[in-house]
Structures are given as C-alpha cells and as structure tokens.
Design a protein around this ligand. Sequence first.
Ligand code: CMP
Length: 141
Amino acid sequence: AIERTFSIIKPDAVSKNLIGAIYNRFETAGLRIVAAKMLHMTREQAMGFYAEHEGKPFYEGLVKFMTSGPVMVQVLEGEDAIRRNREIMGVTNPKEALAGTLRACYADSIDRNAVHGSDAPASAAREIAYFFTDSEICPRA
Ligand code: CMP
C-alpha cells in the first residue's frame, strides 16, 4: 500500500553537505518527497520528539546532538514507504548496517547516525504531525 513515513537528515549529515546525496537515494528507490523543511530544533522540540527514549542512558546526548545544528525534516511517500526507508537507511548502529545503506555510507557512530526514519505506521503518523501541518504536505499523482 502507498504509505507516508517521516525522515530526518541529522546534524552530522547536514554539516557534511549530504542532503542532496541522501535525497537522491530516496528518489532512486521510488520514494517521493511530499514535504520538507530545514530547521534547528529547540531543546523542547527534541525532547518531545524523542519522549519515548526519556530515561535511557543515551537520551541527554541524543537531545544535545539533535539540537547541535540544522536538520532537514521530510515526509516520504510511496509503496511500503516505512519499510523501504528503513532498508535504505540500514540499522541504527552503522557498524551493523548493510553495505550501501545510508548509515553504512555516511554515519559516524550509533549516536551520529546521519538519518532517522519512522519504525511503524503509528510512529510515522505521530512524527509527521509533530513537524508538519496537513496543508504543508503535497501529495503527488
Ligand atoms: P533514531 O532513529 O533517531 O532514534 C533514537 C536515536 O538514539 C537513534 O536513532 C540513535 O542515533 C540514538 N541511540 C544511541 N544509542 C542508542 C541505542 N543503544 N539504541 C537505540 N538508539 C540509540
């Protein structure tokens, strides 16, 4: 089925000038970018976005990293978009990510891992609504 998923190009990848390279990977894989913006998250924004990780040992470092510089946030649309985006990204830890995935190619570590993508339909809906209003999303024919 056609799905939407939420994606972040994290501060490490933005700082390395990889926005276009990563967008190319999404588009080559058949995902369409139907909404996008650059923003520098506030501490409150990052804490709310990652609320499910509150209390975990990496939470404070994650919030600091995600607010350390601008990110690109986007909504990707396409057949099986949630799973397809996770395949393109590779697993969270770049040391375990399959060759050719975004994290294998571009991530420095599990903390500075280049991209985020929703892991399920419910989180995709929540994450899209966290950063975009309905009128900011431009579905394509
Ligand atoms: P992300 O998909 O953005 O979701 C939470 C982030 O926390 C994750 O990517 C990683 O960059 C970071 N992180 C650091 N340590 C861990 C860990 N042990 N398990 C999961 N995520 C971690």
